[in-house]
Design a protein around this ligand. Sequence first.
Ligand SMILES: Nc1ncnc2c1ncn2[C@@H]1O[C@H](COP(=O)(O)OP(=O)(O)OP(=O)(O)O)[C@@H](O)[C@H]1O
Length: 755
Amino acid sequence: MEAPRKACSGEGERSRKASRGNCKCQAASLCSRGGGDCCDSDDGHEKTDTTKEELMTAEPSSIVGRTVRSHEVVSDCLEGDPSCIRESNESVDGSSQGFELREDSAFWKDHNVQVIIRIRPLNSSEISLQGQNRCVRQDSCQTLTWIGHPESRFTFDLIADEHVSQERLFKVAGVPMVENCMAGYNSCIFAYGQTGSGKTHTMLGDIEEGMHTNGVNSEITPRVFGYLFSRIQKEKENQSYKKLHFTCRCSFLEIYNEQILDLLDPSSINLQIREDAKRGVHVENLKEYEVSSPRDVIQQLIQASYSYWQKSSGAEGERLKEATNINKSLSTLGLVILYLSSSSTKRPVHVPYRPQADISFAETFSTLKFAQRSKFIRNNAIINEESSGDALTMQLQIQQLKKEVNRLRGLINGGVESLGSDGMIASEQGSPALLKWTGEQAKFSPLTFEKRLSPRKEYEAALVAALRRIHDKEDELKALAAERVAADQLVIHRTEEVRNLKLRLRFREDAIKRLGALASEKLLPEAHILQEKEELLKEVEVLRNQIERNPEVTRFAMENMQLREELRRLKSFVEDGEREKMNEQISILQDKLLEALDWKLMHEKTSQAIQNHREVEALRKSLTDSLEAKEKLERRVDELTSQLEEQKEAGYQNMPAVSDDQMELKEMVDAIAVASQREAEAHETAITLARENDFMEKQRKKQQHDYLEDEKGQDMEHQLNEMLEENEKLMALYEKTMERDDFKRMLAAYELPQK
Ligand SMILES: Nc1ncnc2c1ncn2[C@@H]1O[C@H](COP(=O)(O)OP(=O)(O)OP(=O)(O)O)[C@@H](O)[C@H]1O
């Protein structure tokens, strides 16, 4: 519906409303078929479109209304909308009834896209085919369920059941739209639905009857024009002192088989859609006729309808072409709606369903989905409006925008009348349909608007860009804040690490002190080890705490620190002659190490030597005892041997059982065995000692300490050599004895072990 052109012939005072009212208005209906279904009135600039499309059978048709407002933020609260009240659920014939629509003057005002579903009654042929079965069930004033498989629930702004009268529908949907137009906002209404679903009935009704204002069967279009002119009249009367003058013009066109036809001038065929900066998108050479009453509009409408029937030839091929183009235009419209809705959400809406055998089911479902998508255009606008952040951000944005507005106003418009704070520009971010009211230059078409008002377009684009910049800055701020938090965390961890490192440093210092004490023999090795262990446990605990607190950060921080330190060291290593210093230090450390080693070896050698000496003494004694025993034994062996020789010579073959001698011999052999064992042990020990001495000797030579000068050492070595010689003699004697046949025989006789 349109707001009439309103001119003020008074003093030139241009209130905001007068300024808006100075716009032209237009009502248009785009018909895919049949001029009788179309109406189009246009008096110039501001337009109200009434678009009608082919739709479906016994089931709902939808009315999509779009009002173009500058500053409204559309509420998304569909449930609880006071536009209707519920009385009862179902009538006896199974149809829903009792959801009474309530008038709401703000119906169009508060929403930029409204979708109304109208359910028509079943006709007689449908009843005869399917009885009272319906494919939808109304659940409330705003919700209905498509009773397919699976059932799908839909929500709309209003649902008019089959009992809703034409007049009621007009009051609910038509009147607020006219009021909206009178307030200066672009408006459009169109019907969509399957063929036979009731679009014509809803939008036009009985056109002839529409000639008589408020005819019971007349529908939205005639009623709207009737109401429009009454409102114009009322406006004139109310503001008679302003001497307002309204101009309304209308035009009617038909898009049929992809061609545009001027229904009020049938000779004008194949009109072209143009677009220029001044008028935006428009149909070139489309006639506009001034109208001053509802009767004028209806007359034009009837004339337009006749022009359709005059041209229709009804040829068969033409019908096919027509059907193809209808489908084409419908699918294009569907795509447009889909694009508008999904481009705002970035996610297309899809309600999966299974095709039904009954054709009405599928088509009804399709219509409901289409209508639902239309709703998303509006809903998305809300989302975009509300997605701009918290209150503080919003405040900041507003401040920024105000500044930007002032700046741009100076740059672009240069003194153009400033816009009110309530806003004359509606920016629906994210939606390609930037539908706006811009006062006297308003046009319905978004594209037209943008082209004709390029400075304002730039202005708005600049605003949008400014808003985007603000968002970007906000994001940057958030990122910085996050970085700061992370940095703070790191500082805390670093502090903790420093504390731990100090603790560890203290441990190390204590450890050095302990080593010093150990070196100067103030501390016993056992005590040192115990203390060292205790301190190390503490240090381990500190490290564990450090790691457990934040292993990741700590690890990274430590790595970082180590790398920095490494870098610093490498730098100074190269730059400050550190390499030379280090070489010096290494040689000093080497010297110190050698000294320490010498000292250590000295001490170790002395104590070892003392121990060795004692052992040698013990061995010496043991060896002396063994030698004495051995001498005795040798003497006795010699005696026995001579006895044996004597017996042999005397021919005494069998040894007499001399028990005392035998016992004595056994004891001797046992003693020899023990002595031999001792000898062997002494021999082993002597070899080990000789090796150790040899090692010590080499060390001593290295240290240039003439340990061999030590008399004790010499003596010990001497003794040791003697012992070794003695041992060798003993061993040789032992071997010799053991090799003797008579001794072997004796051992065999006494069952003694042989070597
Ligand atoms: N709400 C309603 N109450 C009573 N009858 C209705 C209603 N809606 C539609 N009808 C009737 O249903 C029939 C088909 O309606 P209509 O011609 O308006 O459908 P349409 O959608 O315009 O179809 P097409 O696209 O084929 O032109 C008409 O006889 C009409 O009177």
